[in-house]
Design a protein. Structure first.
Length: 92
């Protein structure tokens, strides 16, 4: 499906707000709710890129806040940071 620039921006915005794909479809007023899900699962599709940018921005913010807490010696934050590092190493 083709999306307008405004729709792609809205997909990114809603993904950053951790909105499920099914709800994004409804909020965009798409006739076929499953089409957005299919497009987001297609590597390289503009809708996927918009969705991933939004989700990644929020994930980055959360990791940054968690890292700040870890630096302040929060045990649970430190544990999560070590877990995040392990995931980073596994993805290499």
């Amino acid at each position: 499906m083709e999306y307008t620039k405004q729709q792609l921006e809205k997909i990114q915005e809603l993904a950053a707000a951790l909105t499920p794909v099914s709800e994004i479809s409804v909020l965009l007023g798409l006739q076929n709710e499953d089409m957005l899900s299919l497009d987001i699962s297609t590597h390289g599709h503009p809708a996927r890129l918009a969705f991933m940018r939004g989700m990644a921005a929020t994930a980055h913010e959360l990791r940054d806040k968690n890292l700040q807490l870890a630096r302040a010696c929060s045990p649970s934050a430190m544990e999560q940071c070590f877990h995040d590092i392990q995931i980073m190493m596994q993805s290499l």
